[in-house]
Design a protein around this ligand. Structure first.
Ligand code: GUN
Ligand code: FE
Length: 431
């Protein structure tokens, strides 16, 4: 069913600062796309099936721009170290297990099942460097009905021996085989090129990934300027580069480059410590920032200057970064983003106004949604992703506005037990 009408209290971002709400309104979906929100149902849609959600809240689905599926199993554990030690001691040993398809099946089934039940409708995923387990994850994501990009990770140095790929040659060879096998296989699940980060990728591998990207034109995801120790190490590995992001750019894996007429859709997680030059190149190239505040707190990475990115009109969305982040909830990421921005304002820069609730909601929907095309809004022409929230468990002595109810539902984590329906690209997800 891709043609229908939903009725309820509708909320969505029209722009960064404009969080629109309308009580008892109609949102129309035709052929998987929104036709807009109406106070009265236009006569041409009267014949469509209508689902009346009464006093519930209808919002666009949440977009998770950065999450590691194989780390889901140890979320909420092993939170005592900074990034580089955390990777070496906990993360790499866990990811080694995905060599074993039985383990991968068990773990990825739990992950996908939970994602299906949450408020996220689209996600950009890291898998591991193992091709069979990555394809299994793609199969499961496809069956879930969610839309995703999934990356087989490339890493030929800087990890445990069991997790590193044997050589740049082998890493590239496996990646070619993987992309050929999956690029046209699924309707909702697409491959994304995934150099883990510069400490794990030799120059030879990066050069091969450039060739692969040019051959297939697929998008790119990686990590950038997350943690001081990581950045020092990148300077040691690449002393001639002025800044970290320039390394990705040297291999044409950093957004749009007008000089050579390329436009590589790119998302970089974190960007906590990006220098002015790095920020300017991200802005110019249209690189998406996946802001992952929970991870940045858990790994003591720092606070990303999101006010600056928003004010520069950069492309910014939210990421859970499980298991650096302990929760896959983008509701939680919204409130974390607001809270850390207040600490940034208090401790770091009194000119950097805290992120507002409408801005956080924008990043969680329209901001991140742009990575998937026209996604994250109920404006006409947007793909129809919707989540219906039931906040009746949150009793209140007064009559609240829809906006007040939405903010409270996000802060109080209603996505844990109050989702009563979910639609992705016009299809209802049954969970
Ligand atoms: N940098 C390289 N790999 C990772 C990872 O798995 N998580 C985080 N947070 N940062 C990384
Ligand atoms: Fe990450």
């Amino acid at each position: 069913m891709k043609d229908f009408v939903l009725k309820g209290n509708i909320c969505y971002s029209k722009s960064k600062n404009d969080l629109f709400t309308q009580k008892n309104a109609y949102v129309v979906c035709v052929n998987g796309e929104s036709k807009g929100v109406f106070a009265e149902l236009p006569s041409q849609y009267m014949e469509l099936p209508l689902v009346d959600y009464g006093d519930r809240i209808i919002i666009p689905g949440m977009i998770d721009l950065h999450i590691h599926a194989p780390q889901y199993a140890f979320r909420g554990m092993c939170m005592d170290l900074e990034l580089m030690d955390w990777l070496n001691q906990y993360t790499f040993p866990e990811e080694e297990k995905y060599e074993d398809l039985d383990y991968a099946k068990k773990a990825y089934s739990i992950f996908v099942n939970e994602m299906q039940k949450g408020a996220t409708t689209r996600a950009v995923l890291f898998a591991t460097r193992h091709r069979p387990a990555t394809e299994l994850l793609m199969e499961l994501m496809e069956q879930s009905g969610l839309v995703s990009y999934v990356g087989k990770v490339n890493m030929d140095r800087g990890a445990t021996e069991a997790l590193e790929e044997e050589s740049a040659e082998i890493s590239a060879h496996v990646t070619y085989g993987w992309i050929n096998a999956v690029k046209d296989k699924f309707a909702r699940t697409k491959p994304i090129l995934t150099p883990r980060f510069i400490p794990c990728c030799t120059d030879e591998l990066m050069e091969k990934l450039r060739q692969i990207q040019m051959t297939y034109g697929i998008p790119v995801q990686s990590h950038l300027s997350e943690s001081p120790g990581e950045i020092d190490f990148v300077h040691f590995l690449r002393p001639d580069n002025a800044f970290y992001g320039e390394v990705y750019n040297d291999y044409d894996l950093f957004g749009k480059n007008d000089d050579i007429n390329t436009d590589v859709k790119t998302v970089m997680a974190h960007c906590v410590w990006s220098t002015a030059e790095e920020v300017e190149l991200m802005r110019k190239n249209g690189v998406f920032v996946a802001h992952c505040p929970a991870s940045n707190m858990n790994l003591s990475s720092g606070i990303a200057p999101i006010r600056k990115y928003l004010d520069l009109n950069m492309k910014v969305g939210l990421g859970s970064d499980v298991a650096g982040g302990h929760s896959d909830s983008i509701f939680r990421a919204m409130t974390d983003a607001i809270q850390v921005s207040k600490m940034y304002w208090r401790y770091v820069d009194q000119e950097a106004k805290p992120v507002t609730f409408p801005e956080a909601f924008y990043m969680a929907t329209l901001g991140g949604g742009e990575f998937f095309g026209k996604v994250g809004s109920f404006e006409e022409g947007y793909e129809f992703d919707a989540v219906i929230l039931d906040d009746t468990s949150l009793a209140h002595p007064q009559e609240l506005t829809v906006l007040e109810r939405l903010e409270r539902a996000v802060y109080l984590g209603i996505d844990r037990h109050g989702i009563c329906a979910k639609y992705v690209a016009g299809e209802q997800i049954i969970f």
